[in-house]
Write a protein that binds this ligand. Structure first.
Ligand code: HEC
Length: 477
């Protein structure tokens, strides 16, 4: 509340300044233009450790009431304001117990360190210590969009909308799929639909792992939910991400690895024959032809393959790997962290009609939108913490949050409820919210859908780990 009032005041102040400084706006720069130096950020790091780190945390991650000074929350608060606003806010109120005591140079140095920590590039000149100069440097959370974007970042437009307030126009059906006799559906985070309307499920062998199981993890059901066939027995440890491409090939990632097995991506034709394999069995490390923990796979219409690699926060890779249609390595991008171009647990992939790659950056509670060369175009938080996402041919975006919870630690994302959010991949507006049914989400690491897909009529399928099986959501008439 207090922050909101302060920011409101700042925004009004910034507007007044804009009137007075129309010429400044002409040659306005942004934090992407290299507005501090590496040496300055190093000085700032030392000053930060001395004066701010006690409250705001060793890595700017925040502690208690002292908010993070790096990452999505910080960036979304300051997006659209100027470095002058941030400088004045800091200089006049911080350090909390003795505001204004550091001198302008030290505040500028500390903010240089803050910029560096948020992933903004260093340049040739130091960050200025004069408020009026800093007022000409805009804080753009996301690199000014390339031609592909088409729309302005919707973050600001949707920030005012309460996170869980959208209506739920869907009825839930938990018993739609009829597995073969003697088989029950286990945990699943992968579901996809082929061109005939058949629904494919990557089932963790009736349990939450396929290790040591002789059951088929890949199951085909017809459009009425009747079992058709299964395959893949003995091939997987932990089936995770799934997609069906435009040639009806079924792609599944094995996220875990052990004893020379796992950490691969398999493509099957619809009879269950393996038509492509990416990664080496038992991989466990990130290389051009090996994965650490492949979580998701996406195939474009022309056959280009994207794999998300990295399921562990704080260790291992957090990257996207791109292959050509023949499975040859093309490039990789992404590093772990909360900054603008960074990722932490890339968990799911989707692509809109413009060819933009949507990456569910789960640990950072956001969707990162890239072009197919890995340039960051936009970053959205209004779809909450994405475990699964799917974009249909009309650019309807479906996002499953299976983790948000209030307590500190795993899944910490206060104010956001688990469930499925439906909206637009074009303007980023969320229009529907299907709340998860788990009564005590703060006590579980996951619940509700992780994997998600929708058919052309808008019927949604959510693949669940905790509740197991795949739920079906149909719009009420
Ligand atoms: C004694 C603890 C403490 C110290 C030391 C401290 N802060 Fe803070 N800071 C807070 C608290 C608490 C808040 C949130 C309450 C408020 O807005 O006043 C905050 C808020 C902020 C904000 C606003 C964050 C936002 O969400 O926009 C900034 C920027 C900031 N501090 C920077 C600094 C810097 C830079 C230093 C070191 C020069 C510093 N703080 C030192 C406790 C501290």
């Amino acid at each position: 509340m207090r922050l909101r009032t302060i920011l409101g005041g700042l925004a009004a102040g910034a507007a007044m300044m804009a009137v007075a400084g129309a010429t400044l706006a002409q040659d306005a720069r942004s934090v992407w233009d290299g507005v501090y130096t590496t040496a300055q950020a190093a000085r700032g790091e030392a000053a930060y450790a001395q004066n701010c780190g006690f409250c705001h945390g060793a890595n700017l991650a925040g502690t208690g009431e002292a908010k993070p000074l790096a990452g999505p929350e910080f960036l979304s608060s300051w997006n659209g304001l100027t470095m002058g606003d941030l400088f004045e806010r800091t200089r006049t109120t911080m350090p909390l117990e003795r505001p204004g005591t550091l001198g302008r140079e030290a505040y500028a140095d500390i903010l240089a360190y803050v910029l560096k920590s948020n992933g903004f590039p260093a340049g040739e000149v130091e960050l200025d210590r004069r408020t009026e100069m800093l007022a000409a440097v805009r804080i753009d959370a996301f690199r000014p969009s390339a031609a592909l974007t088409g729309t302005a970042s919707p973050a600001a437009a949707t920030a005012a909308v309460a996170p869980n307030s959208q209506p739920n126009p869907y009825a839930t059906d938990l018993g739609f799929f009829k597995p073969p006799a003697g088989r029950t559906l286990g945990s699943s985070s992968g579901v996809a639909i082929d061109s005939r309307g058949h629904i494919w499920i990557a089932d963790r062998c009736g349990a939450n792992s396929c290790a040591g199981s002789s059951l088929d993890p890949i199951l085909e059901f017809d459009a009425q939910g009747r079992f058709v066939q299964g395959f893949g027995a003995g091939m997987f440890l932990f089936p995770h991400g799934m997609t069906v491409d435009s040639k009806d090939r079924i792609w599944v990632t094995d996220q875990q690895s052990k004893d020379g097995k796992g950490a691969q991506v398999f493509a099957f034709d619809r009879t269950g024959k393996v038509v492509m394999t990416l990664g080496k069995p038992g991989g466990g490390v990130a290389g051009p032809d090996t994965f650490a923990e492949p979580t998701a796979v996406l195939v474009t219409k022309d056959g280009t393959i994207f794999v998300a690699d990295g399921h562990s926060n704080g260790k291992g890779p957090a990257r996207i790997v791109k292959f050509d249609a023949g499975g040859r390595f093309l490039k990789t991008w992404g590093e772990r962290g909360p900054g603008p171009g960074q990722l932490e647990v890339p968990h799911t992939l989707g692509m809109d009609s413009k060819g933009r790659l949507f990456v569910g950056d789960r640990w950072n509670d956001r969707i990162q939108i890239y072009d197919q060369e890995g340039r960051l175009l936009d970053s959205w938080t209004q779809f909450s913490r994405p475990s699964g996402l799917y974009i249909d041919r009309n650019d309807v975006l479906y996002v499953a949050d299976s983790e948000s919870r209030t307590p500190q630690g795993y899944g910490h994302h206060p104010g956001w409820a688990r469930g499925i959010r439906v909206g637009s991949a074009r303007d980023g507006v969320v229009t529907a919210f299907i709340p998860d049914t788990e009564s005590n989400p703060d006590k579980t690491a996951t619940s509700g859908a992780e994997g998600i897909w929708a058919d052309p009529q808008g019927v949604i399928y959510g693949a669940q780990v905790l509740q197991k099986g795949v739920a079906r959501y149909v719009r009420k008439p």
